[in-house]
Design a protein around this ligand. Structure first.
Ligand SMILES: CC(C)(COP(=O)(O)OP(=O)(O)OC[C@H]1O[C@@H](n2cnc3c(N)ncnc32)[C@H](O)[C@@H]1OP(=O)(O)O)[C@@H](O)C(=O)NCCC(=O)NCCS
Length: 337
């Protein structure tokens, strides 16, 4: 690396893990008034993975992290910072970062928890990228993980949400680029609009309630996540393309320069609308929601790992990431692989 060059952040390892139990649309038909046809037509989802009892988000995160560490071929003791993104932590507090740190037997490194829901991976990537470019850390484990299935309403009341979400984890190892060859994270772009917080949220538990846990809230199902699906759909289709355009503009690039688009796997219809909005050919859009459902923060790193390991993303390719979700928050990143 040249002396005064600001290093770029490169991904030196990827990994993902999903729990072994597959839940098909037919399995869900037995629990609620829904159909395989409705789910596939509205979301593109055929199946998702659910944890079995006793497995927490940090457990999935640890498995994905081990795979990313092995892929990078590094000694875990050399990881000097950890960033963990989830909306479904094992506990209300502390976050999953410290649990992952302990389970992986890492040193007493810093463990940052990111709470930006579906945008969590890109928000976390942005934070990690700043640390690497500033020279603060040299090897960061970034992991995003979710266990949604233990707190979804599988009755008819919750069918709009519970058919969409799945459990899983994805991880990357981030390091400074050893040479100025144009590879790495080109830029990240983060946005929010909290006026829509209640359009996609888990209202309870809330620190506003004293006591926080009250029996009527359980009866009313207010501990389950809720969403105004139409509004989420419309905003997601608008905000993700906007954020990608912001990234292209910042880097003096056009959509034709992009080799792969990895949208947050919220819903395949949304991914198709994002592609249409950006005028990018569908063949360039990486999609795996059919097998995993929406795994929130984990969806982008899971898709990334599959695409890299499957040989679809190659060295030198330009990869655009974009996400939208609860907050609302949305984000994009451009990475020269
Ligand atoms: C949830 C979503 C698939 C619903 O699709 P939609 O075309 O908007 O459907 P609607 O909400 O208008 O619901 C249509 C009907 O299907 C019903 N329905 C909802 N969930 C259902 C299910 N799982 N099975 C069968 N019917 C269902 C609704 O009750 C409604 O019935 P009604 O007309 O009798 O009231 C869609 O709004 C969406 O994708 N939103 C974004 C979701 C998302 O990605 N969230 C995560 C963001 S990160």
């Amino acid at each position: 690396m040249k002396m005064n060059m600001t290093p770029r952040t490169i991904v030196t390892g990827t990994g993902h893990y999903v729990p072994p139990r597959v839940v098909t649309n037919q399995d869900l038909e037995k629990l609620m008034d829904t159909s395989d046809e409705w789910i596939v037509e509205r979301s593109g989802i055929h199946e998702r993975h659910h944890v079995d009892g006793g497995v927490g988000t940090s457990d999935l995160a640890v498995e994905a992290s081990k795979r990313a560490i092995a892929d990078a071929g590094i000694d875990p003791a050399t990881i000097d910072f950890l960033v963990a993104a989830t909306l479904s932590p094992d506990h209300y507090f502390p976050g999953i970062g410290v649990l992952i740190q302990a389970k992986l037997g890492l040193g007493t490194i810093g463990a940052l928890d990111v709470r930006n829901q579906c945008s969590g991976f890109i928000y976390a990537l942005s934070a990690a990228d700043q640390f690497i470019r500033a020279g603060t850390y040299k090897r960061i484990l970034l992991v995003a993980a979710e266990v949604q299935s233990t707190n979804l309403d599988f009755s008819d009341r919750g069918r709009d949400m519970s058919v969409l979400f799945g459990d899983g984890a994805g991880a990357v190892i981030l390091e400074p680029s050893p040479e100025d060859d144009g590879r790495g994270v080109l830029s990240t772009h983060l946005f929010s609009d909290g006026r829509f917080a209640s359009h996609l949220w888990m209202e309870k538990p809330s620190s506003k309630d004293s006591p926080t846990f009250q029996p009527p809230f359980f009866d009313e199902g207010r501990f389950f996540p809720k969403m105004e699906g139409r509004n989420v759909f419309v905003n997601a289709c608008q905000r993700m393309p906007e954020s990608v355009r912001a990234a292209l503009e910042r880097n003096g690039l056009t959509i034709d320069d992009v080799d792969h688009l990895i949208p947050h796997q919220a819903n395949d219809r949304i991914s198709m609308m994002v592609a249409k909005g950006l005028k990018i050919p569908v063949e360039k859009v990486i999609r795996n929601i059919d097998r995993f459902g929406n795994t929130t923060a984990a969806s982008i790193p899971i898709a990334l790992d599959e695409a890299v390991k499957g040989g679809r993303i190659k060295r030198g390719d330009l990869v655009a990431l974009t996400a939208f979700g609860s907050g609302y928050t949305w984000a994009s990143a451009l990475v020269r692989w």
